[in-house]
Design a protein. Structure first.
Ligand SMILES: *Cc1c(COP(=O)(O)O)cnc(C)c1O
Length: 404
């Protein structure tokens, strides 16, 4: 039987509310299609996308190079487990390896960010034999039990306790707290160099250098989670590149395959040999995802997306700084690098996200009062300015109303 559904957004949201797991409240639009930086909802209205599926759509939506590569690969070979070598996977290994920090010469491919974190935690455990992991308050690493054990936020953790033993969470960007938390059982430290879900908060250069030194002193493996910060988001290919940082394990996800699910772990030489058969994935490194990931790398080169991110990020920051100056500004702090931008508001962010969506702009919250922008890196200056104009006007309006 062919089931045709009424595509009115209220009907779709009602079906998803009734049959879905109820884990995510639905925003008051339903999205039917997308092109570049624009989403189109089921009523035919366009929405400018400054969220890009949490940063996944770095190439925007439906980039012709990516569509062509995925379609051609789907026709040629989509399934091939890694018991066989295959051209797209070998090509991706070679090209991605060259983009990783020195010494991270091996790659493990999987299907999501949380799987990349899970693999990195397992590799660190197998390599050091030590169960202790130090993570940071405000950090987010995913939702499976291992990655969740590294994630600090109580609302995510509490329903699922007890989690994996051996994890502790120390104050972010605080070397003394980190030093105090190290024990002979500590095998790994996991960190985001810029916390995304935690409110777009950057670790200081001194902290990052100290982190590497502490790991070296104690034979602890450093896992850097670049699932959100990687792939040009911060104006360098990796956030690690800003600091010449050499992690032992580096996690990638989100933008890596431009919308086909994929995650990856780059593995440093200190990790040593991994036992044959000790980890694996049915879908990991499938040729379809690899072809998508190769198209992403092609577009990054051709369209200079890392430089764009840096340049446009500077432009956006300058505009936001000018618009939100002074003690009476609705914005308490502006943070970020490249096109990963956080505006810490003087009010709760939820209503602002709703007002912006009503005005045609899709943005993300990060915690209770941070507005987070992760626009596609292919965005042009005009569309970027359109979105920034909406943000500036909406925040000033809300502020004026609250003050009135
Ligand atoms: C999104 C994210 C994850 C989890 O990735 P999923 O693909 O949702 O499992 C992990 N770490 C960071 C920093 C992220 O931003």
């Amino acid at each position: 039987m062919l089931l045709t559904i009424d595509t009115a957004s209220t009907t779709l949201r009602d079906i998803e509310r009734r049959i879905g797991p109820g884990l995510q409240p639905k925003r008051p639009r339903a999205i039917a299609s997308a092109d570049g930086v624009w989403l189109t909802d089921t009523e035919g209205e366009r929405v400018l996308d400054f969220a890009a599926g949490h940063g996944v759509a770095a190439l925007g939506h439906g980039h012709p190079r990516w569509v062509q590569a995925v379609s051609a690969q789907a026709a040629q070979l989509s399934v091939c487990t890694d018991t066989f070598a295959t051209p797209r996977r070998a090509e991706l290994y070679s090209r991605l390896q060259r983009l990783m920090p020195y010494g991270l010469d091996r790659l493990f491919l999987c299907n999501s960010g949380t799987e990349a974190v899970e693999a990195a935690l397992k590799f660190a455990r197998a390599s050091t034999g030590r169960p202790g992991v130090i993570a940071f308050q405000g950090g987010f690493h995913g939702r499976t039990l291992g990655a969740l054990s590294a994630t600090a936020r109580p609302a995510f953790r509490t329903p699922f306790l007890p989690l994996v033993p051996g994890f502790s969470h120390v104050r972010f960007d605080d070397l003394d707290a980190l030093r105090a938390a190290l024990t002979p059982e500590t095998g790994a430290i996991i960190v985001e160099l810029i916390q995304g879900e935690g409110g777009v908060r950057s670790a200081s250069p001194a902290f990052i250098q100290g982190l590497r030194e502490l790991c070296d002193e104690h034979g602890v493996l450093l896992i850097v989670d670049e699932i959100q910060t990687g792939y040009g988001r911060t104006g360098r290919f990796l956030a690690s590149d800003h600091h010449d940082l050499r992690p032992d394990l580096l996690c990638l996800g989100k933008a890596i395959a431009g919308g086909i699910p994929m995650g990856a772990v780059a593995i440093g030489d200190r990790v040593g040999e991994l036992a044959v058969g000790s980890h694996g994935s049915t879908f990991g490194g499938n040729p379809l995802a690899c072809a998508a990931a190769l198209a992403v790398l092609d577009v990054f080169e051709d369209e200079q997306l890392v430089n764009r991110s840096r340049r446009l990020g500077q432009h956006a920051m300058a505009r936001l700084r000018a618009a939100f100056r002074g003690p009476d500004s609705p914005v308490r702090a502006l943070r970020g690098e490249g096109l990963m931008i956080g505006l810490e508001l003087r009010q709760r962010v939820g209503p602002i996200v709703g007002q912006l969506l009503a005005r045609g702009l899709n943005v993300l919250p990060a915690g209770p009062n941070v507005l987070r922008l992760l626009p596609p890196l292919i965005i042009d200056r005009q569309d970027l300015d359109t979105g920034l104009d909406l943000i500036i006007a909406t925040l000033h309006d809300a502020h004026a109303e609250a003050g009135a």
